[in-house]
Design a protein around this ligand. Structure first.
Ligand code: ASH
Length: 273
């Protein structure tokens, strides 16, 4: 699907089944008719964008996403619009949502968790090089390709799938203390989030989960971190998590240091699968 500047329109595509829906619109499986290329078509309603005054954010996010080329970042090939909708032409992730796999398995093996964390770290290092931060990473924004390779699939318009519980929307679970406190955040928020995800991949629940958002807020601010006795997780994995979930953002393990961490070196599959 050459991402040349040609003008796409809805008549270029056969629309298939809906993959998920969210506040701003839906995602459909689709096929570009001339090339038979399978893509995901994200439909965003203009009146929703206007209502939430998100024009500039959507445009910025789309410009960013189009410029990103990395094996672990979902491609945005292009976009087009009609009177009431904006259409994003996205790479189709055949494996679906990582979230669904995590729920199905309960928790991941140390090898699988380390492989996903290494892929995420490489994708984030690439994004940071391109001055893109805070990719709002949470399991619902992580997809898998046909080989099971992780793809960060968010540009702030994450969608909730029909089948998935909506516990995720509006959750604080993945936000770093400086985010939760609404302070200026920098690149290091993503390092914190990697710690949260690593914990959730290994235990099946996020580290600061609580009954209410208020309690989650308190647990994040206190960095109230504890490791359950089951599943049995290696000391190296706990060491990495502990070195990421640090309140002082300047003291969190850097992305390059994560890739050199013994647990990652020992467990991550170099092919990212
Ligand atoms: Cl963007 C984008 C690119 N590819 C996808 C995709 N792909 C995808 C593939 C396979 C299955 N499976 C459904 C169960 O049986 C196995 C296959 C789901 C989604 N899903 C979403 C999405 C978005 C929101 C909610 N839920 C899914 C967004 N996507």
């Amino acid at each position: 699907l050459r991402s040349s500047k040609r003008q796409w329109s809805i008549s270029d595509f056969d629309i298939g089944k809906p993959l998920g829906k969210g506040k701003f619109g839906r995602v459909y499986l689709a096929r570009e008719i001339k090339s038979n290329y399978i893509i995901a078509l994200k439909v965003i309603f203009k009146e929703q964008i206007e209502k939430y005054r998100l024009h500039h954010q959507l445009r910025r996010e789309m410009e960013i996403q189009t410029g990103l080329r990395h094996p672990n970042v979902l491609r945005l090939y292009g976009w087009f619009h009609d009177a009431e909708r904006i259409f994003l032409i996205l790479e189709y992730a055949h494996g679906g949502e990582l979230y669904r796999q995590l729920r199905k398995l309960g928790h991941l093996s140390e090898r699988q968790a380390a492989t996903y964390i290494a892929s995420l770290t490489q994708a984030l290092a690439y994004c940071h090089e391109k001055d893109v931060i805070h990719r709002d990473i949470k399991p619902e924004n992580l997809l898998l390709d046909h080989e099971g390779r992780l793809k960060i699939a968010d540009f702030g318009w994450s969608v909730q799938s029909r089948s998935k519980r909506h516990t995720m929307c509006g959750t604080l679970d993945y936000l770093a203390p400086e985010m939760v406190e609404n302070k200026a955040h920098d690149y290091a928020v993503d390092n914190w989030t990697l710690g949260v995800l690593c914990y959730e991949f290994l235990y099946g629940v996020p580290p600061f989960e609580a009954e209410s958002q208020k309690d989650t807020f308190r647990r994040i601010m206190k960095v109230d971190l504890s490791f359950p006795s089951t599943p049995d997780v290696s000391a190296e994995a706990k060491n990495l998590i502990t070195r990421l979930l640090v309140k002082d953002s300047s003291k969190r393990l850097s992305l390059p240091k994560i890739l050199e961490h013994p647990w990652i070196v020992k467990n991550a599959d170099p092919m990212g699968i």
